[in-house]
Design a binder for this molecule. Structure first.
Ligand code: PEP
Length: 257
C-alpha cells in the first residue's frame, strides 16, 4: 500500500476546494491499483469537500487539531468536531506550525494523544532545518521530535500512525532530499517507533516522505519499498502535477502485483 496526503495548506477557499476535490478524484479514474488518498483542505472547506469525496474511497484529513475536548479555546477545533465532519486523519506538527506558530514538542505530543483517543490517525510531521542539517544534527533532531511526540502513546490494535519525514529545507523549496537520505532516516524512525511502542505496532506504522514532491520526482520516492507514501503540499493544488504523483503510485502498485 502507498499513501498520498494532499496538504492544500491555506491555498484554496471553499469553492476552489470543491473544484480541486473533484479534479483530484478524477486522477484515480481508470486505474486498477489505487493508493490510499487523504485530502487535507483548509478547515473551512472540510464539510463541502466531504460531500465530494463521499463514497469515493478518498479520505478526509485536517491540517491541524487542538488537544482539548471543548471549552474556551478561541479559534481551535477538537478531534470530536473534526470527526463530525467525517475527518479520519489529522496533520500534527507540520514545520510551518512548529516554526511560524510556535508549536512545541509538548503541544505536538498533546495533539497526538488527543487524536488517538478519538480514533483519528495522526499524520505526525518531523524534520530538521537547514542549519541543523549542516551541523550534522538531522537524526538527533528528527528522532528527538519523534520521541517527544510519542511520549505516553499506546496504540490499540485498530490504531494507525503515519509519520512524515519532512526536512524543513525541502518544504516548498523545489529542493528534495535524496532517496538514500530518506530511506536511512525512515529506517531510524521505524527503529525508534519499535523501541518506544513495541514491535507489534510496526504493522500499524507508515512512514512517508514530504518535501518538494512533484510529478517528476514522485516515482523515484514511491518505488522504494521503505517509503510508504508521500505528503504533498504545493503540487497537490496543481492538478496536472498531482495526477502524475497519483499515477506514479498506481504504477508502483501495479508493478507489485
Ligand atoms: C508540506 O506541505 O508538508 C510539503 C511537503 O510541501 P511541499 O510539497 O510544497 O514541499
Amino acid at each position: 500500500m502507498k499513501t498520498i496526503i494532499a496538504n492544500w495548506k491555506m491555498n484554496v477557499g471553499v469553492r476552489e476546494s470543491v473544484a480541486l476535490a473533484r479534479g483530484t478524484l478524477l486522477t484515480l479514474r481508470g486505474r486498477k491499483h489505487l493508493p490510499e488518498l487523504v485530502i487535507c483542505p483548509p478547515s473551512v472547506a472540510l464539510s463541502e469537500v466531504r460531500k465530494v469525496v463521499a463514497r469515493s474511497g478518498a479520505l478526509l484529513g485536517a491540517q491541524n487539531v487542538f488537544w482539548e475536548e471543548a471549552g474556551a479555546f478561541t479559534g481551535e477545533i477538537s478531534a470530536r468536531m473534526l470527526q463530525e465532519l467525517g475527518v479520519t486523519h489529522a496533520i500534527i506538527g507540520h514545520s510551518e506550525r512548529r516554526h511560524q506558530l510556535g508549536e512545541t514538542d509538548e503541544m505536538v505530543n498533546k495533539k497526538v494523544l488527543h487524536v488517538l483517543e478519538h480514533q483519528l490517525t495522526p499524520i505526525l510531521c518531523v524534520g530538521e532545518t537547514k542549519q541543523e542539517r549542516q551541523a550534522g544534527k538531522s537524526k538527533e533532531v528528527v528522532l528527538g521530535q519523534l520521541k517527544a511526540a510519542l511520549s505516553g502513546v499506546r496504540l490499540r490494535p485498530s490504531d494507525h500512525l503515519l509519520v512524515a519525514y519532512e526536512p524543513v529545507w525541502a518544504i516548498g523549496t523545489g529542493e528534495s532530499a535524496t532517496v538514500a537520505d530518506i530511506v536511512e532516516m525512515q529506517s531510524s524512525i521505524r527503529s525508534l517507533v519499535q523501541e518506544i511502542l513495541g514491535e507489534r505496532t510496526l504493522s500499524q506504522l507508515r512512514v512517508l516522505y514530504g518535501g518538494s514532491v512533484d510529478g517528476e520526482n514522485a516515482y523515484g520516492f514511491l518505488r522504494e519499498k521503505e517509503v510508504d507514501g508521500v505528503l504533498v503540499g504545493g503540487a497537490s493544488v496543481k492538478i496536472n502535477q498531482f495526477r502524475d504523483i497519483v499515477h506514479a503510485a498506481c504504477e508502483v502498485l501495479e508493478a507489485q502485483t
